[in-house]
Design a protein around this ligand. Structure first.
Ligand code: COA
Length: 386
């Protein structure tokens, strides 16, 4: 049975900042942000958007046969409740049927991959059933922190089915886990803590380890890959990992892998880090912006979640995959966003949902997007479908 990604949806909020402007405001060289870190823009989520509204908006792009849906899993590391799963709100907002398992999964940025693998196993053991996997996150490090340049917001939704129409997943995962303190977010705060340099070193060490083991286990080498996608906390991070794999490739293949990597980072350059969804944002960017890949092409994917878990796996493109992408919609989504000045971004960043009754903003633009959080009343989050 072939199992894989049948459709992919994307959502990112309506606002962004220009990172050259942010660099100037922070007294940094703009080239450090755009070249050294590899980011051009950063999506900014107002407090009327959270992982639920973004997850529902990304999944809204998918055509789901609700009678076949048996699992809804949301991967996130910026959850809104320590107990209740965001998947339940998503189920209600999308009007999905109740005969499903609905849950949330956590392991830093690895949560999207954990969800995808759970979905693949679910479909394998429940023939004819489908699974909805959503990776949704708001990356917040704090104003004027070292990690600020690597913030972002957005969600990627994937429908996992038998006979998928986009990417057939191979059963070739290699994964490795080890408890380390490179990045974490205690439940009492809404910004992440990171040992920035250490986390980048660990990301690369995990990649080297699982890539070497993958090659031993599968018998495949870099020559077997048409493209490599990486978890992209910032795009330079992925480039550093790619450079570890390139030396074993021929000159021609090095050029091809590098060109395709460039296409895989374009959405991330404009949206920023979306934690659990970053790897899949890279995959989506590659599929929608590259017109050289053909059916049967093998794509390698490296997932990393601080704390830490690393996994390398692959998939092959399915005949006719381009017909099931939303390239024009995603270009429109990104182009329609409004640029914020840095002071306006700082105001929005500080704005928090009040945990009392009533709306917290009178500006209708604040409540833009297919789904919005209008406030918290009686300790219950209030969502609205626009
Ligand atoms: N022009 C071009 N490049 C420049 C530059 C300039 N004017 N000034 C600096 N750079 C380069 C540096 O040489 C460096 O490149 P390198 O990584 O290839 O050596 C890069 O920009 C970053 O500079 P650095 O001084 O290392 O940045 P930083 O101390 O601000 O830290 C992070 C960067 C990523 C560690 C920080 O943003 C962070 O902590 N992010 C959150 C954690 C994270 O994303 N971890 C990833 C793994 S999950």
């Amino acid at each position: 049975m072939t199992i894989g990604i049948d459709q992919i949806g994307l959502y990112t909020p309506n606002w962004y900042i220009d990172l050259r402007e942010l660099a100037r405001a922070r007294g940094d060289e703009p080239d450090k942000y755009t070249i050294g870190i590899g980011q051009d823009q950063q999506a900014v989520a107002p407090s009327s958007q959270d992982i639920v509204t973004m997850a529902a908006a990304a999944a809204r792009e998918l055509t789901i046969d609700t009678t076949k849906l048996g699992l809804i899993v949301v991967g996130t590391e910026s959850g809104i409740d320590a107990s209740k799963a965001s998947a339940l709100y998503v189920q209600r907002l999308l009007g999905l049927h109740p005969w499903v398992r609905a849950l949330e999964i956590k392991e830093a940025c690895y949560g999207g991959t954990a969800g995808l693998m759970m979905a693949r196993d679910y479909v394998a053991t429940h023939p004819g059933q489908q699974a909805l996997v959503i990776a949704s996150d708001i990356a917040r490090y704090g104003l004027a922190t070292g990690g600020e340049v690597t913030q972002g917001a957005g969600a990627v939704a994937m429908l996992v089915t038998e006979a998928p129409r986009v990417l057939a997943l191979a059963d070739d995962s290699v994964y490795y886990a080890e408890e380390i303190m490179d990045f974490w977010r205690p439940v009492y705060q809404d910004t992440a803590l990171a040992r920035g340099k250490y986390s980048t070193e660990q990301y690369l060490a995990f990649f080297k380890r699982v890539w070497a083991q993958y090659q031993r286990q599968s018998g495949r080498t870099v020559a077997d890959f048409d493209a490599l996608c990486f978890h992209l906390p910032y795009t330079k991070m992925g480039l550093k990992a790619l450079r570890l794999a390139l030396p074993a490739a021929s000159a021609v293949q090095q050029a091809e892998l590098t060109a395709r990597f460039e296409r895989s980072i374009q959405y991330s350059r404009r949206i920023g880090n979306i934690y659990t969804g970053s790897l899949y944002l890279g995959l989506l960017s590659l599929l929608e912006l590259d017109d050289t890949l053909t059916p049967g092409a093998r794509i390698g994917l490296f997932s990393y979640g601080s704390g830490a878990v690393g996994e390398f796996f692959s998939g092959t493109l399915v005949e006719g995959f381009t017909a099931h992408l939303h390239r024009a919609d995603h270009a429109a989504l990104l182009d329609a966003r409004t640029r914020l000045s840095i002071p306006d971004y700082e105001t929005l960043f500080r704005d928090k949902v009040p945990y009392g009754p009533a709306d917290y903003s009178s500006d209708p633009a604040f409540f833009a997007g297919p789904f919005v959080l209008t406030g918290v009343s009686g300790q219950e989050r209030q969502y609205r479908t626009n």
